[in-house]
Design a protein around this ligand. Structure first.
Ligand code: HSE
Length: 401
């Protein structure tokens, strides 16, 4: 069976390496050899083992009837959308790590693959090397999903861990994550939460079998988190994690991406560095957690190749995935409830005490002459916004009980 890889970047070169290095073990598992025939990229790679496979012409691949599987790891929507569509229309299964493409066009490509009796698979689009999508759609099939909550971005988790444990600055931590190949081409997608947002949109669409538009998900990144916030969190034996969350409450589905202060009892608390973890709560099963490397060349490539193997084993058989194009209308952000960690200047302390339902005040000797910090009781986002509009808040982070 012949495979074409679209894109020879971090993930594409990893897919090439995994298919080459594990060629024999993959052949054994599939029942026949799975060989790379082409790699599509605009660049030249002189002296690189990929050279004999390289083409700059997508038509050479799509006109070759031998190619049965396309691996799309180019990233971005264009031309990934057009190439994926053509590959599926011409009867090739597509395996992708492209979360933006999956979040936006997943329902359309799943329907097209079903019509053509082939497969559109996207394990690597969420959680890097973690087989979370398989867990959700093929293992947790007896339950109604009540909640999905995860550390879905390796770059930001790596940065928060380095800042806490090594005392490095935000910029140093980001440069290090980029150098290690964890970050997106535009790291704003990581630090502003958009990458995690696309991933929770995909997981929520799969959990509820309808289209969740990522534009509808309230999203905050880690850009406003300071070393002072980290110091308070450490004092409270808490960690700050960028969490993507969706849950069902009173028949409505809510979804949100935001940094949260979580305690040691939370199973996501010990997840450090580039590792991701996703907690899935079923109405019968209760909690299941998947943990592993959420970014990086070979872990992500391993997940892509696991899809290639699935596609090869399911030649001419569509693996059913329930994700309808019908839009899922999410519950509003204003209705969501949580506690908040808040800091205000000392001059605003009395005002803040009258505005917020304060559960406990916190003191750090370095800052007590300049500000107060406190944790509120559970309040709605709307009530918090109303109080916040009346006093200057230095920082606020959602705080899980
Ligand atoms: N930039 C992403 C991350 C890569 O850091 O998690 C994997 O999707």
């Amino acid at each position: 069976m012949k495979v074409a890889i679209f894109g020879y970047g971090t993930v594409g070169s990893g897919v090439f390496d995994v298919l080459m290095e594990n060629h024999d073990i993959i052949a054994k598992r599939v029942g026949f050899p799975v060989d790379v025939k082409y790699v599509l990229d605009l660049r030249e790679f002189p002296g690189n083992p990929v050279e004999p496979y390289l083409t700059h012409d997508v038509n050479q691949i799509l006109d070759d009837p031998e190619v049965e599987i396309v691996v799309e790891v180019m990233g971005g929507i264009h031309p990934a959308y057009e190439f994926t569509k053509r590959a599926l229309e011409t009867g090739r299964s597509v395996c992708t790590s492209n979360k933006e493409l999956v979040a936006k066009h997943g329902a359309e490509f799943i329907a097209l693959a079903k019509e053509k009796n082939i497969n559109f698979l996207f394990e690597a689009s969420v959680g890097g090397g973690i087989p979370v999508i398989r867990q959700l759609i093929r293992s947790i099939t007896a339950d109604e999903v009540m909640e999905v909550c995860g550390i879905l971005n390796g770059t930001t988790n790596y940065m928060m861990t380095e800042m806490r444990e090594k005392g490095v600055t935000f910029e140093e931590a980001l440069a290090d994550a980029q150098a290690k190949g964890f970050a997106e081409r535009n790291p704003a997608a990581d630090i502003e939460g958009h990458d995690a947002c696309r991933k929770i949109a995909i997981l929520t669409s799969l959990a509820y079998a309808k289209q969740v538009d990522y534009e509808d998900i309230y999203t905050e990144g880690i850009v406003a988190i300071s070393d002072i916030d980290v110091a308070y969190a450490t004092e409270m034996k808490r960690g700050i994690k960028l969490l993507g969350q969706s849950y069902m409450k009173d028949g409505k589905v809510y979804a949100v991406v935001a940094p949260r202060m979580i305690g040691e009892e939370n199973p996501l608390y010990p997840v450090k560095g580039v590792y991701n973890a996703i907690l899935i709560r079923g109405n019968m099963l209760e909690d299941v957690m998947c943990y592993g490397r959420g970014a990086g060349k070979l872990p992500t490539a391993s997940a892509v190749v696991s899809d290639v193997i699935d596609a090869a084993k399911h030649r001419n058989t569509n693996i059913p995935i329930l994700w309808d194009a019908e839009k899922l209308v999410l519950g509003s952000k204003e209705e969501m409830e949580t506690r908040f960690f808040v800091r205000v200047a000392l001059a605003d302390a009395e005002k803040a005490r009258s505005l917020f339902p304060i559960e406990k005040e916190l003191k750090l000797p370095e800052y007590e002459n300049a500000e107060i910090a406190f944790v509120t009781g559970v309040m709605s986002e709307k009530a918090f916004e109303e109080a916040q509009a009346k006093v200057q808040v230095l920082s606020r982070i959602r705080y899980e009980a």
